[in-house]
Design a binder for this molecule. Sequence first.
Ligand code: HEM
Length: 160
Amino acid sequence: MTTLQASDDHDPGNPSQTGGLPTYTVDDVKTHDTPNDLWMIIYNKVYDVTKFANDHPGGVEVLYDCGGVDATEPFDDVAHSDDAVEMLRPYLVGEVVRSQHVQYRHPRPVAPPIIKKAPVVAVSARDKVLTERIVLSALAMVALTSFAVYVGIQVVKWNF
Ligand code: HEM
């Protein structure tokens, strides 16, 4: 990824400068602050949420208030769900120039973390048979012990 050396070199929206995402300065983003052209910065990424604003579950007004600015803090304050973070994805239009990147205290990935599932341990048929035998043996032991105790009690009774 190319780092911009001087702001004079900056060509807003030129993808060749970041090896993919177009880069914008904070001032570039500031020019997109109206309901019909609504951009905002979240975690150093630039989003065009013009088409999303009316569908925002938290209402349009809060988004208009963040038009053209860094909305990371208000976005985080609401403790948006991972689904909300994922919803940002289609509106990504670029990245803030590296020299203006902010170090956020609690950076959050745009994509939700992948939840690792516990590995499934295959139980072989032999293991199953062995387990069944152990359980049956234990049950037989309990039955025999109970029978022996019962017989013992009867013998003691007969003797008195
Ligand atoms: C532009 C990116 C945004 C997206 C994709 C987004 C998405 C969502 C979603 C999906 C919800 C429903 C609850 C949830 O799943 O978390 C929500 C609720 C909400 N959002 Fe956003 N949001 C964005 C930006 C913002 C910003 C910048 C604010 C500024 C304050 C904000 C304030 C709220 C509020 C107040 C609620 C309602 C919370 C509640 O009733 O519990 N959102 N948002």
